[in-house]
Design a protein around this ligand. Structure first.
Ligand code: PLP
Length: 403
């Protein structure tokens, strides 16, 4: 009998396989319970009940209000909605109130290691005349809260800081930032200045870190299904009650008017199940994955003394290893590893097709050449010790050949 070699997948930050229980939760909504939630008959009611149940489950887990969860077609869309929906609405309402030209141009603070969906949304606002400050991270991959505070201006409307980075896994002090903004907003109210809204992209954080918006003092938070063993093409935006958003997709007025389009019920049901499972198993998974990642790192550096990790290893997602092998092209190493049966990545999945070096790695001070010598290895809930041992052996073998 021919033995089929099982491939090793170590790119869980790019996407994860759908969990069996998630798939089970989704199945009825493809053909059995297929109604349109906007229909008044019983088929429609069954569909809307499924959405309500999913929204209720997620809002209970995140300790927020039912109508504060808006389902979107992806986290990319949720980031677009948070950023453009808020700033453009403010722009519009301020414009109506004021005839003074230029008064409706805002200042926005973000970082230089955001996901492309945040970066591009901000670029579009910049084209409309809004000013963006991109806070720099240090060589460990962190922004400074005092730097953020020093950059706040009278017309700052919005602050967006990624919770945990998708390339190097570093965790930003979002709780501290949330508390600071809350304090500043009290003073601003007394001064008659606009409130500052706080958004965080929590896509990579949700399965490992505390994500209750009230605890983080966040007004807007972005989540994605397929990073937590849910389906692709589903995301959610947490929108604190009273946060003035306008939709970026208009039509039938679904999702409390914030995201039109017939809801993707199967994916919504699957997403809710994935959130439930992720939160239930958070601590157990965190420990197991961290232990395996450290074993992998130790086995790699034991035989490759020149290897350097990118970003702090301390305040970092447990599943992320971003490592540089001087003198070895990451593209060549990745292809060699893939052919040998282990899938790792050059960085973010969205930009991995690009030849430009990672903006995150250059932000922490790597040269373009160094960025192109770096690989991202991300572990998942089903990663085994055997897979880690095998991957370490393969990496060591390939590096010997390539360097
Ligand atoms: N934000 C972060 C931090 C991500 O890692 C990703 C996915 O790579 C996204 C946003 C976009 O998620 P989606 O694929 O659901 O659009």
């Amino acid at each position: 009998m021919v033995k089929i070699r099982k491939k090793i997948y170590l790119d869980y930050a790019a996407t994860t396989p759908v969990d069996k229980e998630v798939l089970k939760a989704m199945m009825p909504y493809f053909s059995l319970k297929f109604g349109n939630p906007s229909s008044n008959h019983s088929f429609g009611q069954e569909a809307i009940a499924a959405i309500d149940k999913a929204r209720e489950k997620i809002s209970r887990i995140l300790n927020c209000q039912f109508d504060e969860i808006i389902f979107t077609g992806s986290a990319t869309e949720a980031n677009n909605l948070a950023i453009k929906g808020l700033v453009q609405n403010y722009n519009y309402t301020t414009f109506k109130r004021s005839s003074v030209s230029g008064r409706n141009k805002f200042h926005i603070i973000s970082t230089n290691i955001e996901h492309e969906s945040v970066q591009e949304s901000l670029r579009e606002l910049e084209k409309l005349g809004h000013k963006i400050t991109h806070l720099k991270v240090n060589k460990d991959g962190f922004i400074s809260v005092s730097d953020l505070e020093n950059n706040i201006k009278n017309n700052t409307l919005f602050i967006s800081v990624i919770y945990a980075n998708n390339e190097i896994g570093t965790i930003q002090p979002v709780k501290e930032i949330g508390r600071l903004i809350e304090k500043i907003n009290v003073k601003r109210k007394e001064q008659g200045l606009n409130r500052i809204y706080f958004h965080t992209d929590a896509v990579q954080a949700l399965q490992f870190l505390e994500c209750r918006p009230n605890w983080l003092k966040a007004d807007l938070m972005t989540f994605s299904g397929h990073k937590i063993y849910g389906p692709k093409g589903i995301g959610a935006l947490y929108v604190r009650r009273g946060t003035p958003l306008i939709p970026i997709i208009t039509g039938g007025g679904q999702e409390f008017g914030l995201r039109s389009g017939t809801e993707n019920i199967a994916s919504i049901a699957g997403f809710a199940k994935a959130v439930e499972l992720a939160l239930k198993n958070r601590e157990k998974r965190f420990k197991k994955i961290l232990d395996l990642r450290n074993k992998l790192l130790n086995s790699i550096i034991k035989y490759n003394k020149d290897a350097k990790t990118n970003g702090s290893l301390l305040t970092r997602l447990p599943n992320n290893l971003n490592i540089r092998f001087p003198g070895v092209s990451n593209e060549t190493l990745i292809i060699a590893l893939d052919q040998a049966g282990a899938a790792v990545s050059v960085g973010s999945a969205c930009s991995s097709g690009a030849t430009t070096p990672s903006h995150v790695l250059t932000a922490i001070g790597l040269t373009e050449k160094q960025a192109k010598e770096s690989v991202r290895i991300t572990l998942g809930k089903d990663t085994t010790e055997k897979e880690i041992r095998k991957t370490a052996i393969l990496i060591n073998q390939k590096l010997k050949k390539l360097s």
